[in-house]
Write a protein that binds this ligand. Sequence first.
Ligand code: UDX
Length: 480
Amino acid sequence: MNGRDRIILFPFMAQGHLIPFLALATHLEHRTGYTITIVNTPLNIKTLKSSLPPTTTIHLVSLPFNGSDHSLPPNSESTDALPHHLLPRLYHSSQTLQPSFENLISTLTNQDGHPPLCIISDMFLGWTVQIANRLGIFHSIFITGGAHGASIDFTLYLDPNSQPDSAEFQLPGFPDSFRVHRSQLKIADDSSDSDSMFRFIHLQFNLCLSSDGFLFNTVEEMEKIGLEYFRKKTNRPVWAIGLLKNEGIARKAIDVSAGRCISWLDFHRPNSVLYVSFGSQNTISVSQMMELAMGLESSGTKFIWVVRAPHGFDVDGEFRTEEWLPEGFEERITERKQGMLVKRWAPQLEILSHGSTGGFLSHCGWNSTVESLRRGVPVIGWPMSAEQFYNAKMMEELGVCVVGRGEGMEIGRSEVVRVIEMVMGGKEKGEEMKRKGLKVKEMIEEAVREDGGSLGSSVKALGDFVMAAVSSKKMIGGDF
Ligand code: UDX
């Protein structure tokens, strides 16, 4: 049988990667005539299935995977289901998917009568490039993070000599303000698994360099320096096709209904509520939870805080707020209607889209970053790991973020109060951040503009990417 050309998408097993891949799949579904197939492990496929509308034409395919073969706890196939110390096992286990992925491509090739138009994979699945090259299929890496972050990450992992000896560190070509302190680099992590994680990422990034190009969920005008740097570094085409819309993509089950959060927000004045969340896989320590709680309470700011179990506690275990938070904290803030605690997972997009939300205290994972930028919500950065520090720096450059975390990991309650007052307290800095936030929002809207005479830069970039796949020597066809 001769089927339509197919685009295969293969995200890494983490919420922060699955969500943007699903957004990309939906984007491609609506803008091209190709068959879109997402590949992943069974539990993630189940979650993706429940996230898609019944009318979808996107195909979902599971590769066999059993967590217990990799000493992972039952039902844990994505980073959010695992405590921090088990994450390296999940990363390493992803490499065992190679034979079944290659078999799948052969099966789909037989079924369609021709190979897929292209494979788009995650940067942590660099080995997919080897399979694509072997089978003569166009390949692109989809970087679900930002270009500033990826540039710095690729430099540090591919060229270990570029790691700083000195406390302060700056990449050539980056603005002077883009200095980071050694303590802020993930790569400076000295946990027992850091060597094996370094080797894993070094290997995957090296493999990525043989891909035919890189797609980014970012906007050319917003991350010019990072994108240019990445182009020079990899010597590959780079297409900035964001920011992808991820509304309508259902997420994990939530502990409080979206309705309860919205009613709570409805009760408050415009721009008066601070939303606090550290994403899907990071948690802070008990002592940091205490400092944050005391800072939030004494700032007097209204807030919604998504509380996850702190370091060292089971992410899905029983909630011990009496141990993790100051005595009587939850009762006091609830009674005064100052704050709302949401356990584990909140309807983030609904909260960020609400007019009462005036700020976001965030770990600056890329999805949280783009979700706030697209809505013009000013950010208080509390970066913790991965490329989050660079995302925060990039937003600081845009004038829409103040970074709470300086050198070292700990943030005291007085610092929490200081940055909250700066952003939420009606001061000039906060007002300026709001104005700049609206400018960035407009820049993003311009980049994704599909109507009228001139197409936005991200729309053009997606067209260029599809043309590159179609006209690649490896594959001819397509009806974009
Ligand atoms: C991980 C890495 O830590 C980060 O450095 C990288 O940029 C992306 O992957 P993660 O913790 O998943 O980040 O955070 P983020 O990228 O912000 O993604 C979280 C997603 O989950 C967002 O789309 C957010 O809207 C959603 N979310 C998170 C919720 O809907 N509710 C929540 O309570 C928490």
